[in-house]
Design a protein around this ligand. Structure first.
Ligand code: AR6
Length: 212
């Protein structure tokens, strides 16, 4: 049986998970806890195409934006052929950038497509390149969401599948970049919910480890 939809109202924030003792704060966080951050972010493990009532979801695409395997394939299948038709008009996307489309048959309003770094390839080009590009994916996706008046956004774990980005390195960079974005004066209060929607337990564990 196909998994049923997950309404946004039923996705707890990290603050609520702490309160319910369903998540234990890390003992030596890299950053001080932030109520504003933990009231906004959620960690869940689910199929991102089942999130209902979230304004937009973020796809781990490739530079062509013409679909692929992994979460990209799942999103295109669930959205239907209209998504590919619109993606064809976008002229691809650079690594680290993000573009937005309609969501067609998905239960969200829009899809943001970002292109993560291929970890080993970018590492050969420079020690800091994978992290710089991964941070850019999340920052650009958040910027595009705000520009389009989105209030809630759910991210798949960009680059941690076929593109080979180690889960812990990804989670640490993503949480730090998200916090920087949220704490920037022009962005305060713009996004009400930011959901990190992992699919594999290894990625969920990595997020739990670095959530202050
Ligand atoms: N919902 C949420 N997350 C998912 C789902 C799902 N239904 N299915 C897989 N994931 P990947 P990448 C997770 O490989 O590494 C494509 O072919 C998965 O567990 O989809 O950025 C593109 O077209 C992993 O944590 O994306 C590109 O060519 C995460 O999604 C290339 O793969 C990302 O894994 C991009 O590689």
């Amino acid at each position: 049986m196909a998994p049923s939809l997950v309404p946004l109202a039923e996705i707890p924030t990290v603050s609520l998970l702490y309160k319910l003792k369903r998540l234990v704060p890390v003992s030596s966080p890299l950053a001080q806890p932030s109520k504003a951050l933990n009231d906004t972010i959620s960690l869940i493990r689910n199929d991102i195409t089942k999130l209902d009532g979230v304004d937009c979801i973020v796809n781990a695409a490739n530079k062509s934006l013409l679909g692929g395997g992994g979460v990209d394939g799942v999103i295109h299948r669930a959205a239907g052929p209209g998504l590919l038709e619109e993606c064809r008009t976008l002229d691809g996307c650079d690594t680290g950038d993000a573009k937005i489309t309609s969501a067609y048959e998905l239960p969200c309003r829009r899809v943001i497509h970002t292109v993560g770094p291929i970890y080993d390839l970018e590492l050969q080009r420079g020690r800091e390149r994978p992290e710089t590009l991964l941070r850019s994916c999340y920052r650009r996706s958040l910027e595009v969401a705000v520009e389009n008046n989105m209030k809630s956004i759910a991210f798949s774990a960009i680059s941690t599948g076929v593109y080979g980005y180690p889960s812990e390195l990804a989670a640490r960079a993503v949480l730090d970049e998200t916090r920087k974005f949220m704490e920037s004066p022009s962005n305060i209060g713009k996004l009400e919910r930011i959901i990190f929607c992992n699919f594999e337990r290894k990625d969920e564990i990595a997020y739990e480890k670095f959530t202050p």
